[in-house]
Design a protein around this ligand. Sequence first.
Ligand code: OGA
Ligand code: MN
Length: 280
Amino acid sequence: MLNTRPLHPGFGIEVVGLDLSSPGSAAAIDEMVRMLDTHALILVRNQTLTNQRHVEISRQFGPLLTHVLKQFLTTDLPEIYVLSNVQEDGKPLGNHKEGWNWHSDLSYVEEPSMGSLLYAVEVPPVGADTLFSSMQLAYESLPIAMQERIRDLTATHSYLGYYGKAFADRAPLSDEQKARTPDVVHPIVRTHPTTGRLSLYVGQDIVKAINGLPQAEGDALLAQLNAHAINSASIYRHVWQKGDLVVWDNRSTMHCATPYDDDTYRRVMHRTTVAGTRPF
Ligand code: OGA
Ligand code: MN
């Protein structure tokens, strides 16, 4: 049995007193894999993980994906996607300003990630918290009439559209990157494949349009759903410490980075991304 405490009344749990660096923690990790379906977010603090161990732990959750932005796979292992403001020899160590909008990882592919494991290697003393929202709480707290209105709607998610908005100051995607990320269509309300619980599946910037509605009406509905999803009642704010590992379920949560003084402080985060199945 793991020793746990809740992080938010509706979702998220911290596992305390666990050393994930030891291969003896395999059974505990299996329990975390099961817990993710119901708790949606798991925090384990005070870890010292090698890249190898981070990847091994992540593999217990499922097969891992490698990110389309290969220039940010800068460790010895391609499964680790680096988020950072640090430059080394004039080259970025990782993607800066990754996730500075509300999103669920890889929603722009046909089979988005089921979960991500983000490990804090270096964190600023203030700022750079990550906000997480339970999209299950968000869906369940919508008025019934709204739940019914959106129940069968779909949305188009576009990495190209997102990249143009989020990273307008950068070189555009290469043809190969574009070919790997065509627009995709997903339901706005998705069903958790193991628990059957429903959640909203929206997001900022990546969602280009709600299908079957005039653009302006779709945009207004999307803005309304996003605003509802990120209201404070369904949000857990994670204040990072070096050595934190946070695992989240991309099928039932969204998250968003917050700014920090990136001229003064260094931030280095390592993410692994677990493969998922097509949302329904
Ligand atoms: C991510 C992400 C936000 C952050 O790792 O997928 O969106 O605060 N991170 O680093
Ligand atoms: Mn993300």
